[in-house]
Write a protein that binds this ligand. Sequence first.
Ligand code: CP3
Length: 356
Amino acid sequence: MTTAASPSASADPAPRPDARFLRALRSESVDATPVWFMRQAGRALPEYRAVRERATLLEITRDPALCAEVTLQPVLRLGVDAAILFADITTPLAGMGVAFDIVEGRGPVIEHPIRTAADVAALRAFAPEAAVAPLLEAISIIRGASPVPLIGFAGAPFTLACYLVEGGPSREFIKTKTLMHSDPATWNALLDHLVTATIAYLHAQVAAGAEAVQIFDSWVGGLSPLDYERRLWPHMRRLFEGIADLDVPSIHFGVGTAGILGLQASAGGDVIGLDWRIALSKGRRIVGDRAVQGNLDPTLLLGPWEGVEESARWILEENDRRPGHVFNLGHGVLPGTDPDQLRRLVELVHDHGASR
Ligand code: CP3
């Protein structure tokens, strides 16, 4: 196994369609259920904390070798079946002319929130090769060094809009939803801009070597089904149509989505992410004939192993050895999670064995 310590950029890395993660995304049979964790880099690992002693998140994403190293840390320690590029959903915003900072313990804070038609008109067109060159270079290093497939990703337009309009992390998304309801023209212009940028961003990541992509719609569970359908669905549809020509699978993820899962699935995504508020078999019935990813409550990992084990086995039984299941948490790894719990969970999922 090549390690992150000896990154070797590969110009044209060999495809690995038989990796169990990629087989599961295509709903093909697997020798064991693949597993990875959202936010697997960063939150739980002491080796990440060590890197953070000398570099901020923004600095890591602008240093290809360091970014590759941090991306591969959880692969080497935990034995997961996929790597996810180390970046933040806000990373591409700088390339749109948005000034922001990532504040320790709080999250992304936007210097001048976007609230008017003029604010939206002032956004710059996103040109990935100019805006995120170091990140694209990191992808090619990771492709040459990673023993498992690399997931590229982007924030979904609603979740990005929540940061842009609120100006920072929020619970209720009041300003965002108020803009959506009271100024639909500005709302649509903002979402159009974000969708166009995201299509370009994901194309650039795949061209650089990403083998699957995930769209994170972390805050979409705040919308009613009616608002999703009227105000967001057309934008999500355009996003998935815009990446349909990529020959890598897409994962469509959201949190608190039990009430809008059918709508989300109809907007697009080869694989639908489920959180823990819905039983996996029920989620499968709603999203129909496609793969699912999920769905352990990440809070369980802060408690005793027995609780993790009981719920993980329940999820695997809910899936009933059907092909097309990628094991994951229902949301990201929480700060303070013991990496040994994560490693044990990977072993449990793998030991469960093959799909039909
Ligand atoms: O999954 C991974 O390990 C890859 C890296 C990754 C980060 N952010 C690094 C990060 C990914 C995939 C994200 C996605 C992200 N960022 C989402 C979608 C997933 C989710 O959790 O819902 C969202 C909503 C964000 C926004 C964000 N970025 C918040 C709320 C915060 C602060 C809280 C925290 O620690 O996550 C961030 C900062 C951030 N993004 C950190 C990391 C490692 C911590 C900052 C640091 O180490 O200095």
